[in-house]
Design a protein around this ligand. Structure first.
Ligand code: T4K
Length: 402
C-alpha cells in the first residue's frame, strides 16, 4: 500500500475570531504564523516517488522519452480513456504545440476569464486571441458570445474548462462544425472532471492538461495533450522533440517540450493517491460551503453533483449584498497570512499586451468584467486542515458582518 497524503495542518491557527477587534487588519496578531497558500502542492506517495527517483538515477536515463515518461503516458491515457497522451514539460508549451499541430492561424476565440497562458500560447505564435464573454453562472464561455466574435479570419476556438467545470462542449462543437472551425480545449483545471458522465480528455480535436505544482494532480512542472487523433499525436510527438524522427533525421519543425523522468515519477506517485487527494478536496469544499452559505452577499461557485470534479478550486463570489467588498475580504485574509487569490482578475484583456492591442475589448466582455470584481479563491488541498478552514471562514464571516 502506498503511503497516503494525510491532510495536515501545515500551519496551525493561533486564534479564534469572535469579533472585528480580533482581526489583524484592526491590529490583532495574524491568525497564522506561516502563510496559507492557494495551490500548495499535494504530495502523494512520497516513498514511491523517492524509490523511483533513485531508480532513475541508477538507470542514468533522465529525459528524452524515457521509460518513466512512457509509463506515465500509458497510465494517463488509460485513466482518461483516450488513445494518446503526449506528455510535455508544462501546460503552456503543451497548448502551444497543440495549437501549432492543429494549424490554427489568424484569429482564435478564447475566454478572457482564464489564466493568461491560454491567450499567450496563441499570441506567442503570431495568432490573435479574440476574447469572448462568459456565462456568469458557470464562468465558462457563453456560446452566443462566441458566435458574435467569429470573423472571416477565425480559424478556431479554445474552450477552457474553468475550475474543472466543463465548458459548454456540445454547443461549442456545434458552432465549430457550422463554421468549419477547429475546436480544442484548455483542460488545465479539469484532470478527473467529466462532461455528461464522460471523462474530460476526449473532446474537441484535443485537450490540454497542466500538471503544475499548484494543480490537484501535479508532476511538479508538466503538462500533456490528450487526443484520439493518431496523426495529431504523431505530429505533436515530433514537435516536442525538435522534429527528430530518429538519429540525425529531422522531418518537422519542432521545439523542446519534453517531460523529464523525475516529473513523470512525481506524477506516478501522485497518481497512486489520486482518490485520496480528490476526497480531501471534496471534504474541504463541503466544509467551506457549510460555513459560508448563510453569509449575505457571499456564495460559493457550486460544482455539478452529477459530474466528477477534483473540487480543487474553492471559488467564492462576493456581490453587492455583502457589507464588505471583495477587496476588503482579500485584504483582511492577507493580513491574517491567508494568501487568498483573485484569479483571474482583471481578465486577460486587461493584461499586456492585450490591454494596449484591444483597448475596447471590454465593451464585449461585460460579464467577464463583473465576475472579475467578485471572485476570491481560497486555500484547499492536502496542506490545509479542518481547523484552519474553520478560522479562514471565521475571518470571512467577521469581515462580512455589518
Ligand atoms: N491554462 C490554465 C487555465 C491554467 O490555469 C494554467 C496554469 C495554464 C493554462 C498553464 O499551465 P502551466 O504552464 O502552468 O502548466 C499559478 C500556476 O503557476 C499556473 O500553473 C496555474 N495555471 C495558475 C492558475 O496558478 P501563479 O502565478 O498564481 O503562481 P504562484 O507562483 O503565485 O503560485 C500560486 C501559489 O502557490 C502561491 O501562493 C505559492 C504557492 N506555491 C507555488 C508553488 C509553485 C507553493 O506553495 N509551492 C509551490 O511549489 O500561477
Amino acid at each position: 500500500m502506498p503511503d497516503s497524503p494525510s491532510q495536515i495542518e501545515s500551519t496551525v491557527p493561533y486564534k479564534i475570531i469572535h469579533g472585528k477587534s480580533d482581526l489583524a487588519i484592526n491590529g490583532a496578531p495574524p491568525a497564522f504564523g506561516e502563510t496559507l497558500h492557494v495551490g500548495r502542492p499535494n504530495i502523494g506517495n512520497r516513498e514511491g516517488f523517492l524509490q523511483r527517483v533513485s531508480e532513475i538515477l541508477d538507470s542514468r536515463w533522465l529525459t528524452n522519452n524515457g521509460p518513466v515518461v512512457q509509463e506515465f503516458e500509458r497510465r494517463i491515457a488509460q485513466y482518461l480513456g483516450v488513445k494518446h497522451c503526449v506528455a510535455m514539460c508544462n501546460g503552456t508549451i503543451a497548448l502551444e504545440i497543440a495549437i501549432r499541430a492543429l494549424g490554427l492561424e489568424g484569429e482564435v476565440i478564447v475566454p478572457s476569464w482564464t489564466f493568461v497562458a491560454t491567450a499567450h500560447s496563441l499570441y506567442w505564435q503570431g495568432i490573435t486571441p479574440i476574447f469572448a464573454d462568459i456565462d456568469p453562472a458557470t464562468q465558462n464561455l457563453d456560446p452566443d458570445a462566441v458566435r458574435r466574435m467569429i470573423t472571416p479570419r477565425t480559424s478556431g476556438i479554445i474552450g477552457v474548462h474553468l475550475w474543472g467545470r466543463a465548458a459548454p462542449i456540445d454547443e461549442l462543437q456545434a458552432i465549430a462544425d457550422e463554421h468549419g472551425l477547429k475546436l480544442m480545449f484548455d483542460a488545465a483545471h479539469a484532470f478527473g472532471s467529466s462532461y455528461k458522465g464522460q471523462t474530460i480528455g476526449r473532446f474537441g480535436a484535443c485537450e490540454v492538461l497542466s500538471f503544475h505544482a499548484t494543480k490537484a494532480f501535479n508532476t511538479m512542472e508538466g503538462g500533456a495533450v490528450v487526443t484520439d487523433d493518431d496523426e495529431l499525436a504523431q505530429a505533436m510527438r515530433l514537435m516536442r522533440n525538435f522534429g527528430f524522427a530518429g538519429y540525425d533525421n529531422v522531418i518537422h519543425p519542432g521545439t523542446n517540450g519534453k517531460m523529464i523522468e523525475v516529473c513523470a515519477a512525481m506524477g506516478l506517485a501522485n497518481f497512486d493517491t489520486l482518490d485520496d487527494i480528490f476526497a480531501i478536496n471534496r471534504h474541504n469544499h463541503a466544509q467551506y460551503t457549510a460555513a459560508l452559505s448563510d453569509v449575505p452577499g457571499i456564495s460559493m461557485l457550486a460544482y455539478d453533483p452529477a459530474e466528477r470534479n477534483s473540487h480543487h478550486y474553492v471559488v467564492l463570489e462576493v456581490d453587492e449584498q455583502c457589507s464588505a467588498s471583495r477587496d476588503d475580504i482579500v485584504a483582511a485574509l492577507h493580513a491574517e497570512n491567508v494568501l487568498a487569490r483573485k484569479y483571474f482578475w482583471p481578465g486577460a484583456h486587461l493584461m499586456q499586451p492585450y490591454r494596449d492591442l484591444f483597448p475596447h475589448a471590454g465593451l464585449m466582455l461585460a460579464n467577464t468584467d463583473r465576475v472579475a470584481e467578485k471572485v476570491v479563491i481560497l486555500p484547499s488541498g492536502t496542506a490545509i486542515g479542518v481547523e484552519s478552514i474553520t478560522v479562514v471562514c471565521q475571518i470571512i464571516r467577521t469581515v462580512a458582518r455589518t
